[in-house]
Design a protein around this ligand. Structure first.
Ligand code: G1P
Length: 291
């Protein structure tokens, strides 16, 4: 039985401290990779995967996100007057892109708490969670790949990737066994949020894409502060394991952590090189650098 995943939740209430001072007055979700805010990459991915409703969890100081997806009357009037048709289309495309709702998270209590804010808007149906920091370059959108896996396994699906070495401590880490008919799918036994390197149960790091069943909400209502003193989504999903099957999915594609300075630089280079307009001159420029 196919259950349509119609809604995608974007937690976007964090401070973005890894990107200070740029994020003092600008939401980190609005930092651009080339010319597009990182949250727009995620929204486009969700829409390409068939999601119809975008739910953004915001906070004080984040109104630029709402403005970005809204109509810009003054800008459009000015572009129209000056005959800048292509730019006008570009601006209108963003405001017509999606059906959006916003919920404010009043206090930054952690990712689990942020996702819980979407409970009433999601209701009783499976949904996607997309962490906007993670910009994914994939032939088939990562969320689409995950919805296909969800249809197959009929259980929550968490995107994973292999992380070698101590870097694994920056992630939620999955403990589980690959399915014999598809080793990309890992049936979860457990998971640990930001373990010490020596305590990590595997090399399978959970990254910022999830397809979750609505049961997660009652579990998130009952979690207590975990790693870093925060209400962790990972702890809610661990609770889910008691009554439902949960799977990791080693997706096909490249994930950039655009919430991190080095990750953002790499994403910028990769995406710029792929552009028809910028790619050729940018490649020439990079080649000319005597590194
Ligand atoms: C969050 C999750 C973590 C996951 C990571 C992926 O952590 O809590 O399980 O591995 O996103 O980016 P954060 O990066 O918000 O600290």
């Amino acid at each position: 039985m196919k259950t349509k995943v119609r809604k995608a939740v974007f937690p976007a209430a964090g401070f973005g401290t890894r990107f200070l001072p740029a994020t003092k007055a600008i939401p980190k979700e609005m930092l651009a990779v080339v010319d597009k805010p990182i949250i727009q990459y995620g929204v486009e991915e969700a829409l390409a995967a068939g999601c119809e409703e975008i739910i953004i969890i915001t906070a004080r100081g984040k109104s630029a996100i709402e403005d970005h997806f809204d109509i810009s009357y003054e800008l459009e009037a000015s572009l129209e007057k000056r005959g800048k048709t292509e730019l006008l289309e570009l601006s209108r495309k963003v405001s017509n892109m999606a059906n959006l709702s916003y919920v404010r998270q009043k206090e930054a209590k952690g990712l689990g708490h942020a996702v819980l804010m979407a409970k009433d808007l999601v209701g009783d149906e499976p949904f996607a969670v997309i962490l906007p920091d993670d910009v994914i370059d994939a032939t088939t959108p990562c969320v689409k790949q995950m919805i296909d896996v969800f249809d197959e396994v009929q259980g929550s699906v968490l995107a994973t990737m292999v992380v070698e070495g101590p870097g694994i401590s920056a992630y939620g880490v999955l403990d589980g066994s690959p399915l014999s008919n598809n080793p990309r799918i890992i049936e979860a036994r457990g998971m640990v949020e930001k373990p010490k390197f020596e305590d990590a149960p595997s090399k399978n790091a959970i990254i910022g894409r999830y397809i979750l069943t609505p049961k997660i909400f009652e579990l998130l209502e009952n979690i207590t502060p975990g790693a870093g003193g925060e209400l962790q989504l990972t702890d809610g999903i661990k609770g889910l394991l008691k009554t439902e099957r949960v799977y990791g999915y080693n997706f096909e594609g490249i994930r950039h952590d655009a919430g991190d300075k080095f990750g953002m630089l790499k994403a910028t280079v990769d995406f710029a090189l792929k552009r028809d307009d910028l790619g050729p001159p940018f490649r020439e420029y990079l080649k000319s650098l005597s590194l």
